[in-house]
Design a protein around this ligand. Sequence first.
Ligand code: B12
Length: 248
Amino acid sequence: MDSDRTIPSLHPVDAATAGTGSGTDMTPELLAGLLADGDDELAAWALANALEQLPREQVYDGLLRDAMALIGARWRDGTWGIAEEHAATQALTRALDRIAPPRGPLLRVGPVALVAGVRDERHTMGLVCLAHVLEESGWSVVNLGGDEPADDLARFAAQMQPALVGLTASNPERAEAVAEAVRALRSVPLARPLTIMLGGRFSSDADAVAGLEVDWTGTSLVAAADFAAELAERLVAAGDAGPATEVF
Ligand code: B12
């Protein structure tokens, strides 16, 4: 056997850097490759390293979103198929679970936030990212995932009495579903004023969001984190932070 052909040509390792994270070395291209291979373990390692260098919301708005955008671009140009896109989504779901903020009793006493995709919306990764960012600033988050009908969202909100609802929508075709969800939420009798945040690609269309009765729109988790942290501080200062109902 030709032994040279069995030994991969790896870069030399600097022992002095052993154990230190190199989040800045990870590129969206590399992460996209790991995700498309379904390698959640290495993807989680890469994201965890990046989290050592940058705040969570920056990692999610940057490295993570850019990697998924590449998955979409390579699917569109035919480099990768539906299988790679689906493998990437599954791997990202598992990787995000591994790098979630630590759970604990404090998460049961923070102000309650619901996050959901509007009717027909199946892009749910942004909701997981948003949930992590909110949890890190003390929110107690219930993530309903995608495709949540407006009337059921309103029923659940009446039961949970959230201070914040984060909605996601990706596509201009969701305009009616977003409007329905906002109208339904605004009709719910709540113990305190409800703050509604709308994110996802849909919200970058100024015409589409004009006239919606929402308190915040955007696609930046960095901006969303600031907004939600200030809201949580105000609620805590007003002694109105705890869940109005048993959450778990
Ligand atoms: C993975 C993926 C899917 C998966 C989603 C699986 C899942 N469980 O989420 C599947 C295969 C289901 C899918 C289906 C479709 N998809 Co798709 N998908 C993607 C892809 C490749 C990645 C999306 C992703 O996960 N990104 C990572 C997350 C973290 O980023 P994000 O969603 O942008 O969210 C960020 C912010 O917006 C923000 N955020 C998000 N929500 C919220 C909410 C709040 C309140 C806040 C504060 C912030 C916030 O936080 C995140 C971090 O910054 C994109 C490509 C791309 N360029 O994004 C296409 C893409 C979004 N899909 C697209 C399309 C067209 C579709 C389909 C219509 C395809 C089809 N013909 O069937 C369907 C629609 C399904 C449906 N009914 O919703 C288009 C949308 C174009 C448009 N705007 O109209 C894209 C852009 C691809 C493209 N360029 O053509 N898709």
